[in-house]
Write a protein that binds this ligand. Structure first.
Ligand code: SF4
Length: 503
C-alpha cells in the first residue's frame, strides 16, 4: 500500500469495503462477511448521520502548538464546541494549568466565495494564523464547499510554505465524500505522513539533538514505542496504558491526540507501534512498517480483562518480553478480581445494549459479559475486517445477539430499545439521550473524566454501572414526560425496514 503519492487518502468504502447498513444477528453478519456477501446497502430513510469532520476536529484541535483552519462555511466548525471540554482537559493533563481550549479559525466561506473561489481567504487565514499564534503547525481542514468548487488547498500550502514558519498540513475532509466517518482518520494520517514524515531524513527532524551512534540513544530507541491513542480516550485511559507499558520497561511516544507535532517526527524511530483501535490506526502503522521497518501490533482494543491481557501479550511477543508480561498480567488480574468481587452481584444477569464506533462497541460488550451481564444488542457505527475478532468473541457468547450497523440512525435504535427493553444502554451521549427518553438507564461509553481502558478501566466501568443500575428512576420518570418524534406504529415495524435489501 502506498497511497501517499496521491494528494487525497482513499475512502474507506473503497479501501476496506466498510459497511454502515446492517440489521440482524452476530452470527449472520459474521457469516456474510466471511462469505464476502456483506455489501453496503442504502437506507430508504436516514436520520442524523455523522460527517467525518466531527472525528477530524476531535483529534486535530487536541494537538499542542497547532492552529486548525476549517476552510468552509462557518457552520462546519460547529462540532468543535462540543469537544471543548475534552480539549481543555487534555491540555490540563499535558501540564497547562490555564488551558485555553481549541485554537481554531474558519475561513467563513460565503455564497460569493462559492462563485469566486476561497483560495484568497485561505491564504490570508494561513498568514494571519502564523503571524498571530506562531504555531508549530497550521492544519487546513477542507470541507464540502472547497471540495465542490475545486479550491486547491495543497497548492495554497505549497505556495505559502516559505512565507510562514509553521509546517502546513492540508487535510481533505469533505463530508460529502464518504459515509464512513472513520475515513477522517486516514485523511489526517495521510497529511501528516505526506507533509511531515515522508521523504525526510533524520537530519530534518528537529527533535533529534541526540547522537544516534551513542549506546544510550540506541538503548532508548530500542525501548521506545508509539502508542496510537484515540480521541475517545481520556487522560486517565492514557495514564493507565502508559502505566502498563512502563511496567514492561517501555518508553511511550503518544500520538496523535493531545500530542505535539514532534511526536509524529519521532514515530519512525520507535521500536514498535502499538494500536489501541485497529479502525483508527492501521493506515499510519502500516505505512511506518512498510517505509521505516517499524513493526506494529494493532488488532486489539485494551478494554476488558481478557482483551487487555491479549493486548499486553501481543506487545510482549514482538519485543521478547513474554515472561515479564505474564508476571504483570497475573498480578494485575489477581488484584482486579479481588476488587471486583463486591461489585458483581448486582450486575449479574442485567441486560445491556451498546452503541459507538466499531471496535469500541464490540470490545465494551465483551467487558460487560466478563462482569456477568447479558449482551442483547450492539450497534457499531460501521463494520469491516477489523471487527471480525470481536464479533467472533460475541458469537461464542451468544450467536443471536442482535446487531444493527448504523452511524446514528436513532429511529432504528429507539425501535430496538422498545422491543428489547435493556436494563442499560451504553453509548456516546448523542445516542444515550434517545435511550434515556425511552426510560432506560444509561452509561456514557466515553466521558472525559472517567476511565475505560486497561485493568483499571474494568473496575471503574463496573463501579459506575453498579451505581447507575441501583436507581433507574430518573430516566423512568423522564420517559413519562417526554415524547419521542415517532408515530406509535413505528414500534411494531421491522426496525430494519428502511435498509434496502434488508430483512
Ligand atoms: S457535511 Fe460538509 S458542509 Fe456539512 S459539516 Fe460536514 S464538511 Fe461541513
Amino acid at each position: 500500500m502506498n497511497y501517499l503519492e496521491q494528494k487525497i487518502a482513499p475512502r474507506r468504502e473503497e479501501r476496506l469495503g466498510s459497511c454502515i447498513e446492517f440489521g440482524g444477528t452476530v452470527d449472520e453478519i459474521h457469516k456474510q462477511f466471511c462469505g464476502c456477501c456483506l455489501k453496503n446497502k442504502r437506507r430508504a430513510f436516514s436520520q442524523g448521520t455523522i460527517c467525518q469532520l466531527l472525528p477530524a476536529t476531535a483529534i486535530l484541535t487536541s494537538l499542542q502548538d497547532c492552529v486548525v483552519i476549517v476552510h468552509g462555511a462557518i457552520g462546519c466548525g460547529g462540532a468543535v464546541h462540543s469537544q471543548g471540554a475534552s480539549v481543555r482537559v487534555g491540555q490540563f493533563n499535558a501540564g497547562d494549568k490555564n488551558p485555553k481550549g481549541a485554537l481554531w479559525l474558519s475561513t467563513n466561506l460565503t455564497e460569493s466565495d462559492v462563485v469566486s473561489g476561497g483560495e484568497e481567504k485561505l491564504k490570508h487565514a494561513i498568514i494571519e494564523a502564523d503571524k498571530r499564534y506562531r504555531p508549530s503547525a497550521i492544519i487546513v481542514l477542507s470541507t464540502c464547499i472547497p471540495g465542490i468548487i475545486g479550491d486547491d488547498i495543497d497548492g495554497v500550502a505549497d505556495a505559502l510554505k516559505d512565507q510562514v514558519s509553521a509546517t502546513l498540513l492540508p487535510i481533505h475532509c469533505e463530508g460529502f465524500k464518504t459515509k464512513i466517518m472513520a475515513t477522517a482518520y486516514d485523511a489526517i494520517f495521510h497529511s501528516f505522513l505526506r507533509n511531515m514524515i515522508d521523504g525526510k531524513d533524520e537530519t530534518e527532524f528537529r527533535i533529534y539533538d541526540n547522537d544516534i551512534s551513542t549506546t544510550a540513544e540506541k538503548l532508548r530507541r530500542s525501548r521506545l514505542v508509539n502508542l496510537l491513542n484515540v480521541s475517545s480516550m481520556t487522560g486517565a485511559d492514557q495514564k493507565e496504558l502508559t502505566r502498563l507499558l512502563n511496567k514492561l520497561g517501555l518508553e511511550v511516544n503518544m500520538l496523535p491526540c493531545d500530542a505535539h507535532p514532534d511526536a509524529f517526527r519521532l514515530a519512525p524511530f520507535a521500536a514498535l507501534s502499538i494500536g489501541v483501535c485497529p479502525t483508527h490506526d492501521d493506515y499510519f502503522m502500516t505505512y511506518l512498517e512498510q517505509k521505516f521497518g517499524v513493526p506494529f501490533v494493532g488488532g486489539q482494543m485494551p478494554i476488558g480483562i481478557e482483551n487487555t491481557s491479549i493486548w499486553l501479550r501481543q506487545i510482549a511477543a514482538k519485543l521478547g518480553l513474554t515472561e515479564a508480561a505474564e508476571r504483570i498480567i497475573k498480578s494485575e488480574t489477581d488484584e482486579l478480581n479481588r476488587a471486583l468481587e463486591p461489585l458483581l452481584p448486582p450486575l449479574r444477569g442485567k441486560t445491556a445494549m451498546l452503541s459507538a464506533g466499531e471496535i469500541r462497541t464490540l470490545a465494551t460488550a465483551v467487558l460487560l459479559q466478563e462482569l456477568g451481564m447479558e449482551i442483547v444488542a450492539v450497534r457499531p457505527y460501521h463494520y469491516d475486517k477489523f471487527g471480525v475478532a470481536e464479533i467472533e468473541k460475541l458469537e461464542k457468547i451468544n450467536p443471536k445477539i442482535r446487531i444493527n450497523v448504523a452511524t446514528a440512525q436513532p429511529f432504528e435504535a429507539v425501535n430496538l430499545i422498545y422491543r428489547i427493553k435493556p436494563d442499560v444502554y451504553i453509548g456516546h451521549n448523542s445516542d444515550n439521550v434517545w435511550a434515556a427518553k425511552c426510560g432506560v438507564s444509561i452509561l456514557p461509553i466515553y466521558g472525559t473524566n472517567s476511565i475505560y481502558n486497561g485493568y483499571a478501566g474494568v473496575y471503574d466501568v463496573a463501579r459506575r454501572l453498579k451505581r447507575h443500575l441501583k436507581n433507574p428512576s430518573f430516566n423512568e420518570h423522564l420517559a413519562k414526560h417526554v415524547r419521542q418524534p415517532y408515530k406509535e406504529n413505528w414500534y411494531s415495524e421491522n426496525p430494519f425496514k428502511y435498509i434496502l435489501g434488508g430483512e
